[in-house]
Design a protein around this ligand. Sequence first.
Ligand code: ADP
Length: 499
Amino acid sequence: ASNGNGDGTARVVVPEIKFTKLFINGEFVDAASGKTFETRDPRTGDVLAHVAEADQADVDLAVKSARDAFDHGKWPRMSGYERGRVMSKLADLVEQHTEELAALDGADAGKLLLLGKMIDIPAATQMLRYYAGAADKIHGDVLRVSGKYQGYTLKEPIGVVGVIIPWNFPTMMFFLKVSPALAAGCSVVVKPAEQTPLSALYYAHLAKLAGVPDGVINVVPGFGPTAGAALTSHMDVDSVAFTGSTEVGRLIMESAARSNLKTVSLELGGKSPLIIFDDADVDMAVNLSRLAVFFNKGEVCVAGSRVYVQEGIYDEFAKKAAEAAQNWKVGDPFDVTSNMGPQVDKDQFERVLKYIELGKSEGATLLTGGKPAADKGYYIEPTIFVDVTEDMRIAQEEIFGPVMSLMKFRTVDEVIEKANCTRYGLAAGIVTKSLDIANRVSRSVRAGTVWVNCYFAFDPDAPFGGYKMSGFGRDQGLAAMDKYLQVKSVITALPDSLW
Ligand code: ADP
């Protein structure tokens, strides 16, 4: 595989980096400690930027500014319509800076530039506009209270929201959480992942230009156990919205419980099954499975990493899947001919290779791939294991890399049981022409999203989240607004003459 420019030259384009400080109360500031940390370019392993490193003192300042903005500022007090207008303006600004923002995520996260422009940034602006439109449609209910009372509910913003996000979709994760929180009238303190802090800082700058008042959006790059933990244990944070690993999700809940019982929503790991039945078009299914597990180099919480293929088409599928994997071009994410860039950093690169070794030692057979794909940078070959059984760790644990476990099944009942046999329940895919099978499996799989004859079909209107240890709470859809709202019942006594 090449990590070059598609024409044999190894040109690594590095975008200009404008924002590297913390964003607190509408200003870019250094960390109180003066410390910075390095964010690296996964194409080369070189330092991309030194970013101010937030810790407890900075998080305290950021929460204080968010608290002031919420308790005394105009954002939660202006009309939903006005908030929506500011959010729409932010969406326009993000759109105008598409090229630059996609390049930032490309260099910071190793994401394909083309997909950043075609998918990540448009999804972010769509999300902003969806919730901009929801901001003036938040209303409560009229209650049926008996006796001499009348009652109604008010939906009020929950307050200061701590947002902790991972590195695999720096842009989408930011807007997935921040958009409904803003629409609700909350203020936020965002801790982006230490691997990918750059685009979040840019969004803070654009939000200010769009007219988001100071203190409503704060961004505090830093590490999980310091900046992240300061946020989750903070007595003045009302809620934490998290996406990341199941292990860290558990720590966040503990920290919330031990501090002020803030509400928590967790979107965690997955080991999603993609189930392909005998009546499927094999070529279509092969393409879909390749996308399901190799898209964004497998660094996707909903990756369809367990591919179950029914026995009638299994052999043909395996042969074609191996060819398809070999044709999935690993290369520089800025090269338009690349299908997949490098893993985000050295840790992830080594972790994925360790899982590949583990698969071999557990007795699975490597069908294709299994090695680094370049001498430099964190590139890994698209990898497929066969002879995988459900008890193997590679079939149970989230690898977060381009590794497919291909498994054979015979009956619908059998595959439903197998599909449900991990502790996760984030997503599932089904490929079949049979409506009966599609309906039956859709209802039997314990997962928050089921894709039938498609995969990764995301929409702001489709609630997204986990069953089981994939977490709880929903992003996207109007359902996501509930995470950022409180419900207040107001009961009023009626005069005797009225009842
Ligand atoms: P991954 O394993 O995909 O890197 P993590 O769950 O480790 O995912 O990280 C997701 C986010 O959670 C990152 O922003 C990270 O800094 C943060 N994080 C990690 N540890 C903690 C912690 N103890 N408390 C709060 N946030 C944390």
